[in-house]
Design a protein around this ligand. Structure first.
Ligand code: ADP
Length: 268
């Protein structure tokens, strides 16, 4: 159940008057707990690659006169270092998100630009895995917020779609506007491994991974979807997921349009 945390201070003013100061600390304490969890989880996640790196370094030292072993373990060290770099990068991104300045003026962002840029940036990773990204036509929708953050969100969805799909499959990006609802939807559809139903409710938690071993192979950090959720919520939108194990997943981001009239001249 919900607990209310109140801080009460009492000051006796004189024989007949006391001053009561009641402060609601519920939200502050909850935020503190979230922050504490984050620090604990983060330190744990950072320790894993760091531990692996020092073990690998020891092995390399011991095998100094065996060039083949040195080469193999140096390669694994590079993989761990890359994973560490990705993790640090996402942690920085997430903490930047959490400290966004609410007074910053939102920009008018063209959804077509966001989708175009995200697709462009994901192409390299997709190409390396022989996965084709197909972006459908993007209607002329405008949302209010941050272009860069929205690109990050869509890109994280695309990177996941690519990472959790087999070579030779396709990833599609579909965008549609619901004028009546005043929303625009961006859907990232893959034909990948899918997500078991029981994992779906936890997907957007920080550091959560359905299969840590597989996620480790893909260089995943478990932070991508929590960043997506954060960005989308900051824009007044929501993200939903449909998935069928073995068939694929669809992640849909729905955002409020900047101004319903912005879409009326769609074919300018
Ligand atoms: P990661 O960095 O591990 O990819 P995310 O937060 O982006 O972390 O995703 C959390 C977990 O959700 C992943 O580890 C993976 O198990 C699962 N997941 C995310 N996107 C997909 C997808 N398109 N298909 C299958 N599983 C996915």
């Amino acid at each position: 159940g919900a607990t209310l945390v109140l801080h009460v201070r009492v000051a006796v003013l004189d024989a007949e008057h006391v001053l009561l100061i009641v402060e609601d600390r519920t939200d502050a304490l909850r935020l503190e707990a979230v922050r504490r969890d984050f620090v604990v989880n983060t330190s744990h996640e950072l320790k894993t690659p760091v531990g692996a790196l020092s073990l690998l370094a020891e092995t390399v030292e011991d095998a100094a006169d065996d060039p083949e072993t040195v080469r193999r373990f140096a390669g694994r060290m590079r993989t761990e270092a890359q994973r560490l770099a990705a993790l640090v990068q996402e942690i920085i991104e997430l903490s930047r998100l959490q400290s966004t300045d609410p007074s910053r003026e939102p920009e008018h962002v063209l959804v077509a630009d966001v989708v175009g840029e995200a697709v462009e940036r994901s192409r390299t990773a997709a190409g390396a895995r022989r996965i084709a990204i197909e972006a459908g036509p993007v209607p002329d929708a405008v949302v209010l917020g941050s272009h860069d953050l929205l690109v990050t969100a869509v890109r994280n969805l695309l990177d996941n779609a690519v990472a959790y799909s087999e070579p030779g499959t396709r990833v599609a990006v579909g965008t549609s506007v619901d004028v009546a609802a005043g929303t625009v939807e961006v859907a990232v559809v893959d034909q990948g491994i899918g997500i078991p139903a029981e994992a779906v409710p936890r997907l957007f938690e920080r550091f959560y991974r359905v299969d840590p071993a597989r996620s480790r192979d893909t260089g995943g950090t478990g932070l991508g979807l929590s960043i997506v959720k954060h960005v989308v919520a900051d824009h007044g939108g929501e993200v939903s997921v449909w998935s069928q194990p073995g068939q694929g997943s669809t992640f849909t981001v729905r955002l409020p349009l900047a101004d319903a009239s912005a879409t009326e001249g769609a074919d300018r």
